[in-house]
Design a protein around this ligand. Sequence first.
Ligand code: NAD
Length: 471
Amino acid sequence: MKKFTQVYINGQFITPHGTEVFDLINPTNNQKTGEVVLGDEIDTRAAIAAAKAAFPAFAQTTKAERIAYLEALGEAVSKREEALVQVMVEEYGSSLAFCKMSVGFTINSFRSTINTLKDFDFEKPVGHSKLRLEPVGVVGIITPWNASNGFICHKLATAIAAGCTTVIKPSELSAGQTQLIMECFHEAGIPAGVINIVNGLGGVVGAEITRHPDVAKISFTGSTAVGKMIAKSAVDTMKRVTLELGGKSPNIILDDADFATVIPQAVFGAYMNNGQACIAPTRLLVPADRLQEVNNIAAAAAAQVKVGNPMDESTNVGPMVNQKQYQRVQDYIRLGQSEGATLLAGGEGKPEGLEAGNFVKATIFTNVRNDMRIAQEEIFGPVLSIIPYHSEEEAIAIANDTTYGLAAYISSADQQRAERVASRIAAGRICINKFTHDPAAPFGGFKQSGIGREYGVYGLEAYLEPKAILG
Ligand code: NAD
């Protein structure tokens, strides 16, 4: 049984004032694997005070010093790569293959931030004046469970590049990853107070960070519902906010695409990270006159999806993070049937032999109408909706008919045609013909998928205040 009993404040591992204990459950078998002691408001205030005290000196560090800190952090995290992958799989059940890729991105976030920082000018002319870009202050970093170490590392890397100090509140479901990350950060030898980490509940530690007057900015990744609460509370102290929220991303298959390639890719893509991915392409838009062909290919692809033990190299889809998430996905599968969508693959219940964990069958609905709730709401599980369209115009209209706007995907044999369609889609990131990532390109959502951008120059600028010096 693992016990996580410390928080990290002012360069030290300390026993928190908070005493509430939260059980850690392995989603593959629902066995208890450990406990974490949660911090409270008093711990949070101590962390904020440490970050505030460290800020004046850290804000004055040079670019070269910040690059050296980022290098040390990247090195410390990369030494624990294997352990991070293992704990990530155990803690929330994503497949080994996905976790390896995700931890690779985590480590690379320090290198890509260094690349951005190297070419970034903190002082430049504007008009006949001088512009200085100054670190915003203490940053509160609040992250979800679905790629915990990655979110923490890229947000922290950006804060360090900007010269900001931080208070980090990871998801309470990610205590094992948090412990490892804390040890890495400590080993990297960053000045005391620059990084503070408090385990705790959102409504306690997260809420205190959000309302505290000494926190200048919140960088949040999580659900749209919580993002709205944070934005409302943050405005009282006029905090800057970067909100990375939910999505219901369209995947438009144009009629000239190679269906035999792109439809299986679309099915496997929708199930990335067990379907628990904000950017998952969960609405598959296909030409209505080829629906039968699409259904045949998609059903065959779903039959190839291996749901099972996430530690197994060949597994595509592991269990949902907890029983609550499993129930939520089941509710949506029932809802899809009652709304009149046609169940093409999967369905309610657990796959045979996997009854002990939170496993969901790889599920596809077809003949889905975009106004159905399964097409409008974020399910966060391996459930794909196939939606037929009658013209390119209608495909664009359906793609945009959502409150979200995080990502979109387009497949076509004609790059220019795909880019023309991309120019009309309201989403922050659009992938053409493949699922890919670019850490230099901005990431973030239109509409209710968020506010602001992360990564690259746009991400760094979000941690800086422009100051114009005239005369
Ligand atoms: P969540 O919103 O429930 O929780 C996210 C974090 O916020 C957790 O640390 C939680 O403890 C904290 N929190 C909860 N209530 C709070 C409050 N009142 N004040 C401050 N903090 C609070 O999300 P989750 O279930 O952990 O993650 C899944 C969600 O995250 C999905 O909606 C998904 O789309 C979204 N997400 C978005 C992105 C993106 O980059 N846009 C990436 C990954 C996940």
